[in-house]
Design a protein around this ligand. Structure first.
Ligand SMILES: Cc1cc2nc3c(=O)[nH]c(=O)nc-3n(C[C@H](O)[C@H](O)[C@H](O)COP(=O)(O)OP(=O)(O)OC[C@H]3O[C@@H](n4cnc5c(N)ncnc54)[C@H](O)[C@@H]3O)c2cc1C
Ligand SMILES: NC(=O)c1ccc[n+]([C@@H]2O[C@H](COP(=O)([O-])OP(=O)(O)OC[C@H]3O[C@@H](n4cnc5c(N)ncnc54)[C@H](OP(=O)(O)O)[C@@H]3O)[C@@H](O)[C@H]2O)c1
Length: 438
């Protein structure tokens, strides 16, 4: 029987596992995750007010009812090395995502009050890495840099009322902070035009449905192109929504989301902590190129959240580019142009940080197909040892599937007693207590 380890229990890892199982090959599969909890960004990225999206966990969980082992709270690179995995498994698939914030690359990015979106998203989603972060939303004006769906998530969560968020699974502590938030104005800083924005239409339209926030398009949206001229359906729908925003006068709600197009942040300013952000106004030339005009403006904000993408940090010994993405061909990791035997990659670590949950299904299937194709050759390599035994010797507190389900049940109970669907437990010690006992 061939043995395969999949590192990362996000959509990419679990879609790869599902494809391996449906290949009919006799394989034993272990899924390893650094967290006690499975599902990666489905649990800790997808916004709490997108509960329906999280229902995909029912599909992702299926392999664990078919003999696949879950080894949660095990970090590759800390608890076990890449070489040790290769000794124990015929194939190792890395699907560990891109967990770090990309940087904007401007002065002032390290001032107090500047936060990468991954930090902010982890905080509101109750990720254990953010449990120590006692955020205070005491700035009235906040800048969000970026024109992707993550920037929209951040702007939306900052603009929702506490009552709207009370219907979600955010931890009690997060709800308390959101309840006391002083934020009134969220400035979304977009360096190109409405036509270029990477938002998806449903997420953009959702801004118009917030209970107590107006959407304001600055400079009339820097000239929203005629939707009929757009060849791409996504762009056409976005342009229609931007036009509606431009045509709708503010209704005097308590909060405002300012969509500012054609501005590039050049500096975050402040004496130790954020007091403002300087942007350069851009223009679109006849050839469609965006260039700076040299005209700058200072927007007085007390906090900045950057949502300009992510970078990977694969375990040592894996080749990677400057963004931490692992080079591969059809899922086979390549070093200096040649495949590294027995080592594969899937998901954001393979493609870079773009694409929705569903994008990882064909991606995982491609990687699984490569593993299956290579298995006969890989199985000739002798392997030895059992990871669980090694982890036991190292006193690693492994969370198996049954242990995770105890935490899952506990969170549902917490939610039930608070009149909510689920309430997340956010610190690692309490999570492990629910999973494994004292
Ligand atoms: C803020 C945000 C919101 C999003 N919202 C949506 C949405 O609403 N709808 C949608 O369709 N898509 C959404 N996406 C996109 C979607 O989440 C991704 O396409 C998908 O999660 C990528 O899957 P992945 O498995 O490659 O990575 P991830 O989901 O990041 O999974 C990686 C897993 O690897 C684990 N890991 C990392 N390092 C190690 C290690 N060293 N050892 C062991 N385990 C490790 C992590 O704990 C994690 O569980 C969102 C993305 C973000 C960033
Ligand atoms: N609800 C959902 O379905 C959902 C929710 C969240 C995320 N996601 C998906 O997850 C993926 C990642 O989302 P994302 O928002 O992180 O990435 P993204 O879509 O790639 O957007 C990143 C944004 O950052 C901007 N940017 C990069 N560097 C910048 C700089 N130096 N200055 C100013 N702006 C800069 C980019 O601008 P340019 O466009 O000008 O390059 C881009 O608009 C996407 O595929 C997204 O659709 C989906």
């Amino acid at each position: 029987m061939s043995r395969v380890a999949v590192v990362g229990s996000g959509p990419a890892g679990l879609y790869t596992v599902a494809a391996l199982l449906s290949s009919g090959e006799p394989v034993e599969i272990d899924v390893i995750d650094r967290l006690p909890t499975p599902y990666g960004l489905v649990r800790y990225g997808v916004a709490p007010d997108h509960a329906k999206m999280k229902a995909v966990t029912r599909v992702l969980a299926k392999p664990f009812a078919k003999g696949v082992r879950y080894l949660g709270n095990v970090e590759v690179g800390r608890d076990v090395t890449h070489e040790e995995l290769l000794e124990q498994y015929h194939a190792v698939v890395y699907a560990s995502g891109t967990e770090h914030d990309a940087r904007v690359g401007i002065p002032g990015e390290d001032l107090d009050g500047v936060l990468g979106s991954s930090q902010f998203v982890r905080w509101y989603n109750g990720h254990p890495d953010a449990a120590e972060r006692e955020l205070v939303l005491d700035a009235r004006e906040v800048a969000v840099i970026g024109a992707g769906n993550v920037a929209l998530d951040v702007a939306r969560v900052l603009s929702r009322t506490a009552d709207e968020m009370r219907e979600t699974d955010v931890p009690h502590r997060v709800l308390e902070v959101l309840d006391r938030s002083r934020v009134t104005d969220v400035h979304v800083l977009i360096r190109r035009t409405p036509t270029d924005a990477r938002f998806t239409p449903a997420e953009l339209f959702q801004l118009s449905e917030l209970a107590d926030a107006d959407v304001i398009l600055h400079d009339g949206g820097a000239g929203v192109d005629d939707p009929e001229t757009a060849e791409d359906r996504r762009v056409r729908l976005n342009l229609e929504t931007f036009r509606t925003f431009a045509d709708t006068p503010p209704a005097g709600r308590s909060r405002r989301i300012h969509l500012r197009f054609l501005v590039s942040p050049t500096e975050i300013v402040g004496d130790g902590r954020v007091e403002g952000i300087v942007v350069e106004h851009n223009e679109r030339g006849a050839d469609g190129r965006i260039t700076g005009t040299g005209r700058t403006e200072r927007i007085p904000v007390g906090a900045v959240i950057t949502a300009v993408g992510f970078r990977g940090a694969p375990p040592a010994d894996l080749p990677h580019d400057e963004h931490g993405i692992v080079p591969s061909v059809q899922g086979r990791v390549v070093r200096d142009g040649a495949p590294v035997p027995g080592v594969y990659v899937a998901g954001w670590l393979k493609r870079g940080p773009s694409g929705i949950i569903g994008t990882n299904k064909p991606d995982g299937a491609e990687t699984a197909a490569a593993v299956v194709e290579d298995l006969a050759a890989l199985a000739a390599r002798p392997i030895r040892g059992d990871l669980l035994q090694l982890l036991d010797e190292r006193a690693v507190r492994v969370v198996d599937w049954a242990a995770w389900l105890r935490l899952d049940g506990h969170e549902a109970e917490l939610g039930g007693s608070a009149g909510r669907g689920r309430v997340k437990v956010r610190d690692l010690a309490s999570m492990l207590k629910q999973c494994l006992g004292a």
